[in-house]
Design a protein around this ligand. Structure first.
Ligand code: SF4
Length: 286
């Protein structure tokens, strides 16, 4: 099974985007009494348990990766190990020197998303766009765009309270296979599990495709089908629930279903997804 692995290079992101529940992750991780910052050698150790053939890396997770002083060296190392890499960044901490260092090392990315963020502390529009342009003119990537947050999600109920979803669920983004590794090697369900509710294993000790971790993923999928299960997905906008007539409710995506030219591409994507889920329901008889 193809997977994505999000890398959280440190805990406690000082960018403090308005829609990111940092206090939740800081509180939850604090209870583990583990190291807050991933070093280059930690990262190398983690990659020994990840296969570049079935897993793409995403530097994102629960914090801005460029605020970790080792992040550029981690990216260079991952590139040399043959990993496909995506990056999701606010560009805070991304300097010209870091961009040129990646260029010199021959780093290229699969997809890059510059997150147009809202933060009282850091956002300077001119600086942000200058960094984006400098990056684009020096680093190769298949896709590179500025992504704006149009709608604030609850992050599975971590940012604000949401109603618990009943019924059988499916993750519309298949994030059961896009897990997040933390500085102590712990692997958690997804980037919406800010409360660290679902630990799947530890990548210092377990291979990302080990039986142990795969069976934890399967457990989550089966809990999604249990009506009374207490999992983060029940509070997450990315999950979709089915009623008895197999009607799919698209949560956040329903916004895109309105007849509006601006959302044409999104409508197409959602419709494809809808079709895929219908086939899945039919196949699995759920
Ligand atoms: S439904 Fe939400 S909480 Fe569950 S795996 Fe998907 S993104 Fe994560």
């Amino acid at each position: 099974m193809k997977k994505n692995l999000e890398v959280t290079t440190h805990i406690g992101c000082k960018v403090l985007c308005k829609y990111c529940p940092q206090s939740k992750i800081v509180e939850a991780y604090g209870k583990l009494k583990s190291k807050n910052v991933m070093t280059l050698s930690d990262f190398k150790k983690i990659l020994l348990n990840v296969d570049n053939k079935d897993t793409k890396l995403i530097f994102a997770g629960f914090s801005e990766c460029f605020l970790n002083k080792d992040s550029v060296d981690m990216i260079i190392h991952a590139c040399r190990q043959g990993f496909k890499i995506d990056i999701f960044t606010t560009a805070v901490g991304l300097t010209k020197a870091k961009i040129l260092k990646m260029k010199k090392a021959g780093v290229s990315f699969y997809a890059v998303a510059f997150h147009l963020f809202k933060s009282d502390r850091f956002f300077k529009k001119d600086k942000f766009y200058k960094t984006v342009e400098f990056f684009k003119s020096n680093i190769e990537s298949r896709v590179c765009k500025v992504v704006e947050v149009r709608k604030v999600f609850s992050r599975a109920g971590s940012l604000f309270k949401v109603d618990k979803k009943p019924g059988k669920l499916v993750c519309l983004n298949n994030f059961v296979y896009q897990n997040v590794v933390l500085p102590n090697g712990d692997l958690f369900l997804c980037c919406n599990d800010f409360s660290l509710k679902h630990k799947l294993g530890n990548l210092f000790e377990n291979h990302n495709s080990s039986k142990k971790i795969e069976s934890e993923r399967k457990k989550i999928v089966s809990l999604m089908k249990k009506e009374d299960s207490d999992i983060a997905c029940r509070f997450c906008e990315i999950s979709s629930c089915f009623d008895k007539n197999n009607n799919i409710r698209f949560g956040t995506n329903k916004d895109f279903l309105e007849k509006d030219d601006r959302f044409k591409d999104k409508i197409e994507t959602v419709n494809k997804l809808k079709q895929k889920i219908k086939e899945k329901i039919k196949k699995e008889n759920i």
